[in-house]
Design a protein around this ligand. Sequence first.
Ligand SMILES: *[C@@H]1O[C@H](CO)[C@@H](O)[C@H](O)[C@H]1NC(C)=O
Ligand SMILES: *[C@@H]1O[C@H](CO)[C@@H](O)[C@H](O)[C@H]1NC(C)=O
Ligand SMILES: *[C@@H]1O[C@H](CO)[C@@H](O)[C@H](O)[C@H]1NC(C)=O
Ligand SMILES: *[C@@H]1O[C@H](CO)[C@@H](O)[C@H](O)[C@H]1NC(C)=O
Length: 119
Amino acid sequence: MKPAVLRILVLIVALASVAFSASSSWGKRNSSDVLLLRENVIRTPVRNSYLSVNVDFPKSGQTNNRTISAIFVYDRFTNSSGAYASLWSGGVGYRFASVNLKSQYNIGINSTVEIYGKK
Ligand SMILES: *[C@@H]1O[C@H](CO)[C@@H](O)[C@H](O)[C@H]1NC(C)=O
Ligand SMILES: *[C@@H]1O[C@H](CO)[C@@H](O)[C@H](O)[C@H]1NC(C)=O
Ligand SMILES: *[C@@H]1O[C@H](CO)[C@@H](O)[C@H](O)[C@H]1NC(C)=O
Ligand SMILES: *[C@@H]1O[C@H](CO)[C@@H](O)[C@H](O)[C@H]1NC(C)=O
């Protein structure tokens, strides 16, 4: 295939994964990595509104000396109503991260954020 065709295909796949899956990930998890944070974010829907929740790591008052290797966000609704996850700061290669979960209109949130670090 020509490179341009490939690039368009990659773009289509990327757009499709944004539209149909609220689960996202950054980085790659090595088998020796340690779980630094697992947080379930559950919010009941607010009428006529979106919800926006930040998951920050480390929590205030805590320190983290490990470099983050991977972040996973699992949408637990699994009916394509899940919150959209984006990385607001830090992330892979940093020792901190701020993950934002934005719900869909009139829908709550039921997502799990996992952060792994290098041992
Ligand atoms: C995964 O961890 C092992 C053991 O620490 C290390 O030898 C290996 O290089 C790591 N692999 C990657 C891709 O970081
Ligand atoms: C993290 O690093 C700081 C500064 O080097 C040190 O004081 C602290 O004990 C370390 N914490 C852990 C859990 O290793
Ligand atoms: C969130 O999702 C989990 C897994 O599907 C489910 O067991 C739990 O009841 C859900 N919680 C809410 C409040 O929807
Ligand atoms: C998906 O599941 C959640 C939790 O049960 C619910 O609030 C939401 O309305 C569902 N979305 C659809 C499109 O059914």
